[in-house]
Ligand binder design. Structure first.
Ligand code: NAP
Length: 300
């Protein structure tokens, strides 16, 4: 038995074998097609096969709601065949100013409009972006079942759901919920303790970790806690000759739920370094030491 916590070489998501690091498009919109394509090419060259977007991404840019999906659709239009080489995940259900709608008519129309923007007839994974407290899960399930049956969405996942919300939705679906997507990083530990990782493992789901660098805070740690975490990450990075970001992704991937970090950098040079994340090895004691530094206390 290895003394190290080893990340898997690949994971299965929605029936597809993917490299266990994804690339995300929250910060993607607002550039021209050539710039967007260069980022996607860099991700492919780094071995990424799973790409994550959402209908709301780009809402903070002049293109507004839908512009990140539309930009990716433009990239596909410019590069025939590219779409078929990726496992594509998107999400919907957030509306600025509402803020959530997972009613059947809304989800049905959100999925159709996303596919039009993306210029594709299906996505491999479609995720409810945040739980809508005002829709009965049976109603959301009906819309998702229809879209799945029509081949528009290959699999269904949830994002920012509690385990109980997930179980309630799953109860009304004829197909399994395949994935959770929640924030997880050395700065944000909730899935370890709120039952999300337990459900992920118990139900055989995949876990996508959003903001694996704490939304960039681990790139430029400002407060004492982030600096203490960064110091341990830097020690691991130096030991293996990799970047701090790579050491961070490797810590995230070391958990037995096999979290898939969704890398958020839009810088092709940083994207290029993704494979470094498979180099560092953590012992059990080192992994716990970083956890306890983040918690600010020792486990009992
Ligand atoms: P992140 O990897 O934690 O942060 C990326 C940000 O950190 C970028 O702005 C990047 O800037 C910056 N950064 C600073 N130093 C860096 C370094 N040394 N290496 C790499 N990046 C560094 O991830 P995120 O962008 O917050 O989120 C990643 C993905 O998670 C999103 O694209 C989206 O797909 C998903 N997400 C999902 C939800 C949800 O509710 N489901 C919420 C948030 C995010 P540069 O671009 O300049 O490198």
């Amino acid at each position: 038995m290895s003394d190290f916590l080893l990340p898997p070489a690949s994971v299965t998501l929605a029936g597809h074998a993917v490299t266990p690091i994804a690339w995300g498009m929250w910060r993607f919109a607002g550039v021209d097609v050539a710039t967007a394509r260069a980022r996607i090419d860099a991700a492919f060259e780094a071995g990424v096969t799973l790409f994550d977007t959402a209908d709301i991404y780009g809402c903070d840019t002049p293109g507004g709601f839908g512009s990140a999906e539309a930009l990716l659709g433009d990239v596909f239009a410019d590069a025939p065949g590219l779409r078929d080489t990726m496992v594509l995940a998107t999400k919907g259900g957030i509306i600025l100013g509402v803020p959530y709608d997972s009613s059947a008519p809304y989800l049905t129309s959100a999925i159709d409009i996303s596919l039009r923007r993306l210029r594709t007839d299906h996505v491999e994974l479609w995720q409810i972006h945040r739980p809508d407290l005002l829709t009965h899960p049976q109603e959301s399930a009906r819309a998702l079942e229809d879209a799945h049956g029509a081949g528009k969405i290959g699999a269904i996942g949830v994002s920012n759901f509690t385990p109980a919300q997930t179980a309630a939705l799953a109860k009304f679906l004829p197909v399994p919920l395949v994935s959770h997507q929640s924030e997880f990083s050395p700065l944000h530990l909730a899935p370890l303790f709120d039952g999300i990782f337990d459900q992920t493992m118990g139900e055989g789901m995949s876990f996508l970790a959003w903001s694996p660098l704490g939304g960039g805070r681990l790139g430029d740690p400002k407060d004492e806690r982030a600096q203490a975490i960064a110091a341990l990450l830097d020690a691991k990075a130096t030991e293996y000759g990799v970047s701090r970001a790579a050491a961070t992704y490797s810590w995230v991937m070391a958990h037995p739920a096999h979290p898939i970090p969704i890398v958020g950098t839009q810088n092709p040079d940083r994207i290029k370094d993704i494979p470094q994340a498979f180099v560092p090895r953590w012992t059990r004691a080192e992994w716990y030491a970083l956890l306890q530094t983040s918690m600010g206390e020792n486990l009992p």
